[in-house]
Design a protein around this ligand. Structure first.
Ligand code: SAH
Ligand code: SF4
Ligand code: F3S
Length: 514
């Protein structure tokens, strides 16, 4: 099937819409634009996952980037960062050169995040800032992609009020970048291509990785959990897993290139393999295979407590290159709020899971994500979050004030916790998070830890910085030759968020072809 036939067969929305009146837009959306809807999304699971391993640049586009530069600004999570690596790979294959300044870019992409309102506001601010640049250089192409472009309201707003944008494309359309660029050059009108079709996995995509030490590998896409506050299931589509052979091959390839650490990516990695119809295969089996690859560290993010099964715990307990750090977002400490969030576990279930993990992996470090100020959250329920945090002994957390997202079930609930109360709760939670982080770091004083050296410290170029297996930042003085290596460091003193130490020795790892 060629690209055009595929396009024709899928639910897509695509047009050139610049210069249309308000009336034209509404007509256009009623007939063509089909944003992901909760109703349709809930019917998921019936459609097949289509695998495409045929990504190729059309020879007609081979010269497109000659003499041109691209710039991508990324917002949001690691999945978005990794999508940027793929788009950068496509740009290079098209002959573009990278640049780190918008001033001399010929194409600017904003790879956006929709998770909270302030994430979206930042992007709209940036869209505004880019307008003078476009007026100055009409040949410049500006594109908006990523999670915000999957939202109908965002697309509408850009069409109506930000006519200097040339391209809008969705998270399922990244591999279409060459065609989208081509269309933008040809038509000079706004090109909108947002597929609500969700069931594809595209292999053989090029990638330009940001570093040569740590690499990201997608193991699955999308999310079917539908936590009531969350926009991700709509912006990223249904859960679909990459085949294990593809993942194993990519990790082996990175190992042979000298990468030292791999982070497996997915919004809910514990659901890995659930969509395979031809075999029973899960994250436990995958980790058990990856464990055998000669690479020092493998981690994954993000895991959902609900699907964290015993087999996975058993495999992680073998440790080796599987690190003893588990990021396990709990979101809340009250079973009633967890129910309103549709997290599908209770406080008690969560604590039982933590007990199981600690029994199998006594040195496991747990970190989490927490939301405060969810609709109806009482002071008592908030205190349950604090007590759960203490009881589990999390070592750090990402903490957020609840932000209603249009189209999600929680957005229909009354957002009835006043903002000053939300802010006060966040501050109290953060105090606890800081204290527990400082205490966890303090315990490491005098100990020898393994550090993967990433580079110079941000504050002082004479100091090197790296992370332990449990993601603790360590600063120490050592020659630059150890950058990219694993070293043993004796911790001399602990701060709230980082450790200082003295290097003892380099850890020998297998020689690799760089
Ligand atoms: N898939 C991951 C979460 C990805 S989003 C998981 O389930 O763990 C990262 C974090 O953002 C979430 O864990 C949650 O704490 C937070 N978040 C998501 N939606 C939010 C919203 N509407 N308001 C505030 N925080 C939100
Ligand atoms: Fe969002 Fe994570 Fe819940 Fe999926 S599992 S809906 S990504 S919070
Ligand atoms: Fe944001 Fe999309 Fe990631 S909403 S957090 S960039 S999946």
């Amino acid at each position: 099937m060629n690209e055009e036939q595929r396009l024709a067969g899928q639910a897509i929305s695509k047009t050139s819409a610049k210069g249309k009146t308000d009336k034209d837009y509404s007509q256009y959306f009623q007939t063509v634009y089909s944003p992901p809807s909760l109703k349709d999304a809930k019917k998921r699971g019936k459609e097949e996952v289509n695998y495409h391993d045929d990504f190729k640049i059309d020879p007609a586009f081979a010269e497109m980037g000659k003499g041109r530069k691209f710039y991508i600004r990324t917002y949001g999570c690691q999945m978005n960062e990794h999508d940027t690596e793929v788009m950068a790979g496509i740009f290079l294959q098209l002959g573009y050169e990278p640049t780190d300044s918008t001033a001399d870019a010929d194409v600017i992409l904003l790879n956006t995040c929709a998770i909270r309102e302030n994430a979206e506001n930042k992007v709209f601010g940036e869209i505004g800032h880019l307008k003078p640049l476009k007026l100055e250089r009409p040949d410049l192409l500006i594109g908006v992609c990523g999670c915000m472009s999957q939202e109908e309201s965002v697309v509408n707003k850009i069409l109506k009020t930000h006519q200097h944008i040339d391209m809008i494309f969705g998270t399922h359309n990244i591999h279409r970048l060459p065609n989208i660029l081509n269309e933008a050059y040809m038509s000079k009108e706004m090109v909108v291509e947002v597929w609500s079709k969700e069931g594809d996995v595209i292999e053989n995509l090029p990638k330009v990785r940001k570093g040569a030490i740590k690499g990201w590998v997608n193991i699955m896409y999308g999310c079917d959990k539908f936590c009531t506050y969350c926009i991700v299931p709509y912006t990223r589509g249904k859960e679909r897993s990459r085949r294990p052979e593809e993942i194993i091959q990519e990790v082996r390839h990175l190992a042979s290139q000298g990468y030292k650490e791999i982070t497996l990516l997915g919004q809910n990695v514990n659901a890995y393999g659930k969509d395979f119809t031809d075999m029973t295969y899960g994250l436990g089996q995958l980790m058990d295979e990856l464990r055998k690859i000669d690479i020092p560290r493998i981690r994954f993010t993000t895991s959902h407590p609900r699907d964290f099964d015993d087999h996975l715990i058993e495999v992680l307990a073998k440790q080796g290159n599987l690190v003893e750090h588990i990021h396990l977002p709990v979101q809340h400490g009250s079973s009633e709020i967890l129910k309103l969030m549709a997290r599908k576990y209770t406080r008690e279930h969560f604590l039982t899971l933590v007990d199981k993990i600690r029994a199998a992996i006594p040195n496991a470090v747990l970190t989490t994500d927490i939301i405060v100020g969810f609709p109806n959250e009482t002071e008592e329920q908030f205190k349950e979050t604090l007590s759960l945090y203490n009881e589990v002994g999390f070592e750090t957390a990402f903490t957020y004030i609840y932000s209603p997202r249009e189209g999600t079930p929680a957005a229909k609930m009354e957002d009835n916790v006043p903002m000053d109360v939300k802010k006060d709760r966040l501050q109290r939670l953060n105090m606890l998070v800081n204290d527990m982080s400082a205490a966890a770091l303090k315990k490491l004083e005098g100990q020898i830890v393994e550090v993967l050296v990433e580079g110079e410290s941000k504050k002082n170029p004479h100091v090197l910085a790296g992370y332990t297996r449990t993601s603790k930042l360590v600063n120490f003085v050592a020659p630059k030759e150890v950058i990219g290596k694993l070293v043993l460091v004796k911790i001399t003193d602990a701060k709230t968020w980082s450790l200082n130490g003295e290097m003892i020795e380099i850890v020998e790892t297998a020689e690799v072809n760089v």
